[in-house]
Every structure is written in C-alpha cells, then in structure tokens.
Design a protein around this ligand. Structure first.
Ligand code: GLN
Length: 499
C-alpha cells in the first residue's frame, strides 16, 4: 500500500464499492458490537438486584433513556471538534480508546465503576460514531451516484455488529458461568480489534480524515489537540453527575438542542455562498423529520418490548420462540438481509434513470413506517380472549418498519455528506445523530403515554391501549410522509444539483 494514495485514486474506483468502504465497514461493525453490547445489558444490569445496581425497573428505564440520549447528543460535539481541530482519523482513534477504557473500567468492578465507565463510553462514542460515517462520504466524488448504495452496505455492517454484540454481551452477562464483567470485557476486546483494524488500514484512506489544521505549525496543532483531549477528560465529572441524576438529563436535553440550532445557524450564515446555505437548510429539514421517525421507530426498546412480553403468543411459523427475542433481533436481521439488496435496487434504478431522489426516499420511509404501525395496530384483530395475539403478524410489521428504516437511515447519512461543505461535515453528521438523541427521548415519552396506568390491567386492556397508540402513530407517520412528498419540489430546489 503506498503512502501517497490520492483522493482521485480513491474516488475513481471501479465496480460498486470502493475497497476502503470494506475497511470502514469492519471498523464500524466492531464499534457497534461494543455499543449495542453495552446497550443490550444496560437496563438488566442496572435492575439486577444481586450482582447489578439493584435499581427499580422504572429508574433503570429512565437511566437507560438518559444514557441513550447522552450518547447520541455527544456526537454533535465530537463532530465539531473533528471539523475544527482533530480531523476524522484522530477523533476516531481518541474516541475508540476512550470507549475501550470505559468498558475495561466497568469490567474491573461493574457495581462500583459502572457510571464512570458509561461516562467514558458516552464521550468515546461522541468522537467515534459521526466521524466514521463522514469518512464513508469522503470516499465518493461529489456527484457519484453510487454513494447511497455504499452507505447501504456500511449500514449492514452496523447491524451485523449490533446483532452480534447484543447476543454475545447479553449471553455473557446473564450466564451464571460468566457474568457482567465478561460482558463489558468482551465489548472492550472487540473494540480493540476494531481500532487495530483501523490502524492497519488507515493508510489506504490517503488524505481523508487528516487534520484540518495542516496549515499551522505542528507545535501549535499539538497544543490544540491536547486541549481537546484534556477538555474531554475534564468534562467527565460533569457528565457523570448528569447521568446519575436523571432530572439533569431533562435540562441537558432542553439546552443542547437549542444551542445546536443556534450554532448551526451561525455556521450556516457564515457561509459566503448562498447555494451552500440553502443546502445546509435542506439538510436541517431532513434532520427535523428524522426526529419524528426515530421517536416512532424506537418504540422497539420501550412499548413494543412490553407489548411483546405481555401480548404475543410465542409461536413464529412452526417454531416456539420468546417474542422478545423477535422484538430485539428481527430488525437487525432484516437490515442485514435487505440493506445490500436496497443498495442494489438503487443502483439498478440509477441505470434506468428512475431512482427516486432523497426527499422522496424519505417520504417513502415514512409511508413504510405508517404501514408498519398500522400492522402493529392490526394485531388486535388476531387476539384471543386473553388479549394475546399473533407473533407472525408482529414480525411482518418489523419487516415493514425495516424497509422504512432503509429508505431513511443510510440515506440520511449519505445526504448529510452530500449537503455539507467539507468544513462542516462532522458537525452536520453530529446533528443527524443529535436528532436520534431527541428521537430516543421522545420515544420514551410516547411509550409512557401509551402504557396502561394500571400495572394490573388485564392483557386485553393493555392490548387495546398499545394498539390504539400504534394506530395514532400510523396516522402521524402517514401525514409526515405526505407532507414530505408534497414539499419535495421545494426541498429539491434548495438542494440544487444534489439528488
Ligand atoms: N442503527 C443505526 C446505528 O446504530 C442508526 C442509529 C440512529 O441513528 N438512531 O447506527
């Protein structure tokens, strides 16, 4: 591998995918293993009365939501520092090392060091997650139509990691032969593999992800970089306090969003070209709609998990299976299977010149979301007198919601990289994930609104409560999809030559 691989050599690749995409695919796969492994054991560990933190279910759920929101909110900060000082490569290395340290610290003594380790995971993911996605975008020329397919493949990697991480860490954590330490240790080990993969392959990325400060003296640059590292470490006590007390999460969420918008507007109006400003504002519209999408989609970790626990028969086709396994794994499995196929579909449509543009893809994503929630609602017509209904229909709804995700989530990553000027690409990717933080946050509120206030309500009453809620979500998703399709000419105008 030569030292001097140029952008042109990388971007003028032949075939469907650039070779560097496979490396980033692997690195992100291991990172998501670590992240989803940690996420998978989070609530059960916190609620474990003997070897965990012995929190009440309610408290464990609240803390779970807070941690999720923080993780995604910090991507905004990680993105900005990458743009301004570190560059993507150094951000990734720093973030990865902080994540590894966090998981090792928890593994040493889960009951004592949990919150400290999670704080490090939050900071580390903030520096890692948005910046690897931005690098995928850099592999393509501005008008290369193969970019969405590339993000589709990358998205499969994300879900392979998510599926494996969730399965392995939950198995290790809950097995009497192993325990929580092993779960966190395994997350640290795979993250080390991910980081080594990155170190071994990063030369092939040439100048992609280098420091934005190559024009200043190395001494000055080092000073700034050290300030970022030190600043992140100094913020540990602050984040630690905020996740320990969930009231602070609310204050944090009330402030970070408005601050992010103000900062976004400041940077947008600093752009000299009107055309660049318009593109940034178009990106902002996608970000806003994605909040709604994630708020509905993330019912999977909340109300749909409870629905699966209480209201489904354990029969899928000819198998007997715990419905919660389906709730937790079917989405990732469907993404792994269908994401490359969607990528190939987009490529085939480009060839025939019938590929829908991004706004329409988003709109279709919402239509699938609406259809999926309609099917979740429709499960009530298959219920028996005890309020238990069909796991088969439930699984079909998951297939449909996954189609929606594939029209929106990888496409969203891709459009962020198309609409952002180079100097702001980390920040915009961070904003895309910040929207996920708000989605998570809103998902919790929506789920709480749907659950029956009476814990001892009959299954039938619970079924009706949840499915009424799902019907409403279906209607809102439909409206959002129609609005997107109706305003698509306007947004397309703002996007100019970008499709
Ligand atoms: N499942 C995807 C990932 O882990 C999308 C997450 C999100 O944006 N909420 O990257």
């Amino acid at each position: 591998m030569s030292d001097s691989v140029t952008l042109n050599q990388i971007r003028n690749f032949e075939g469907k995918y650039p070779r560097q995409l496979w490396y980033l695919f692997l690195v992100e796969m291991w990172e998501r293993f670590c992240f989803y492994g940690m996420r998978g054991v989070l609530t059960i560990f916190m609620a474990d009365k003997i070897l965990g933190l012995s929190l009440s279910d309610k408290e464990a759920n609240l803390k779970y939501g807070a941690i999720q929101a923080f993780v995604y909110a910090f991507t905004f900060i990680g993105g900005i520092f990458a743009d301004k000082i570190l560059g993507f490569k150094k951000s990734l290395l720093f973030g990865g090392m902080v994540m590894i340290t966090g998981n090792i610290i928890i593994a040493l003594s889960p009951q004592n060091f949990f919150f400290l380790g999670i704080t490090l995971s939050i900071i580390g993911t903030g520096f890692f997650k948005p910046n690897i996605s931005s690098m995928v975008g850099e592999l393509y020329n501005e008008n290369d139509a193969r970019r969405d397919a590339g993000f589709g493949l990358f998205y499969s990697g994300i879900n392979i990691g998510a599926l494996l991480g969730g399965a392995v860490c939950v198995y290790l954590g809950t097995s009497p032969d192993f325990g929580w330490s092993y779960a966190f240790l395994s997350a640290a080990i795979v993250m080390i593999i991910g980081l080594l993969t990155f170190l071994l392959t990063k030369k092939s990325l040439g100048p992609i992800g280098d420091s934005p400060l190559l024009n200043i003296t190395p001494a000055k640059r080092n000073l700034k970089e050290i300030a970022v590292y030190a600043g992140s470490l100094i913020s540990i006590p602050l984040i630690f306090i905020m996740i320990k007390n969930t009231d602070y999460t609310d204050y944090f969420m009330y402030t970070i969003g408005p601050l992010a918008i103000l900062y976004f507007l400041y940077e947008t109006f600093k752009e000299k070209e009107v055309s660049a400003r318009k593109k940034l504002l178009a990106a902002f519209v996608f970000i806003l709609f994605s909040i709604i999408f994630w708020a509905f989609f993330e019912q999977s970790g909340g109300s749909l998990a409870l629905f699966a626990k209480d209201n489904l028969h354990p029969d899928l086709l000819f198998f007997n299976i715990n419905p919660n396994i389906i709730n937790n794994t079917s989405n990732s499995l469907f993404v792994i299977l269908f994401s490359p196929l969607f990528g190939l579909l987009w490529l085939a449509m480009i060839k025939r010149k019938i590929e829908p543009n991004t706004v329409i893809k988003f709109g279709i994503g919402f239509l699938f979301l609406a259809a999926a929630f309609y099917v979740f609602y429709y499960t009530r017509f298959f219920a028996d007198s005890e309020g238990k209904t069909s796991l088969n229909i439930f699984t079909i709804a998951y297939l449909i919601i996954t189609f929606g995700e594939l029209c929106l989530s990888p496409i969203g990553l891709s459009i962020m990289t198309k609409l952002s000027p180079k100097r702001l690409s980390g920040m915009m990717m961070g904003m895309w994930f910040l929207a996920s933080a708000y989605g998570q946050y809103a998902a919790g509120l929506l789920g709480a609104g749907m659950s029956s206030p009476d814990e001892n309500a009959t299954m039938m009453v619970k079924l009706q409560g949840y499915t009424d809620g799902y019907r409403q979500l279906a209607v809102y998703a439909l409206v959002a999809g129609i609005i997107l399709i109706v305003i698509s000419p306007l947004i397309r105008k703002m996007m100019q030559e970008v499709k």
